[in-house]
Design a protein around this ligand. Structure first.
Ligand code: HEC
Length: 191
């Protein structure tokens, strides 16, 4: 817990510097863009299952409207990414000198590989310097929201590949409300 409090404080500071607000659990962002986001998901051919939108293979998939209102998972992932990942991977999934841009990674990396790295971690040694990706498999604060983080990074990745799609850097302009299914899934997971 201590480690995560420190990480959060560092993330909040860094976010303040670039103008992203890290929301607390009581989250004041505009909600209620349900109809718009649902219409967008339908345009993309996504199905809603177990509290999130999924592509034809059943993988979590972002729904982002033309004016950058997002589905609940992308919104939640945006917040969680900027709590837990951005200290190393940089704001907006753009990477840092220490860790790669996850937006770039998801241009080619599949869902299972992404999950595997986060669960098991990874250590690289380049010229004697160790680059450590922590293993988060035991950490419910990460694992219970990893599908959301994946969805957000995918939205960024889509935008980095084609600026007419996905989510640009920064905060979403609006979002869907949490669904009863998503609320239940999170509650069941965090216990
Ligand atoms: C303490 C720093 C740190 C934190 C925090 C961190 N990572 Fe990493 N991560 C790294 C480093 C360093 C690498 C690259 C390791 C290597 O070079 O093999 C990495 C690699 C990855 C990769 C593989 C990327 C690729 O293209 O091979 C994924 C996926 C990943 N991290 C996801 C995450 C997610 C999701 C979070 C937040 C829950 C997170 N990381 C938090 C340091 C971190």
């Amino acid at each position: 817990m201590t480690r995560f409090s420190i990480t959060f404080a560092a993330a909040a500071l860094a976010c303040a510097a670039i103008g992203i607000t890290v929301s607390s659990a009581a989250d004041p962002a505009p909600a209620g863009d349900n109809a718009e986001v649902q219409a967008q998901a339908a345009t993309q051919g996504l199905a809603f299952k177990d509290g999130r939108y999924r592509d034809k293979d059943g993988k979590p998939s972002p729904a982002v409207t033309k004016d950058y209102k997002v589905d609940w998972a992308t919104w939640q992932g945006f917040r969680r990414y900027h709590d837990a990942c951005h200290v190393c991977h940089g704001p907006n999934a753009l990477g840092s000198t220490f860790a790669p841009s996850l937006g770039d990674s998801l241009k080619t990396m599949d869902y299972e590989t992404f999950f595997g790295v986060v669960v098991g971690g990874r250590i690289a040694d380049r010229g004697g310097t160790k680059y450590v990706m922590p293993a988060f498999g035991e950490d419910r604060n990460i694992m219970c929201y990893l599908d959301d983080i994946y969805t957000y990074v995918k939205a960024r990745s889509n935008n980095m590949a084609d600026p007419k799609t996905g989510m640009p850097a920064g905060r979403p302009n609006g979002r869907e409300d949490i669904s009863p299914e998503a609320k239940k899934a999170a509650a069941d997971c965090t216990g």
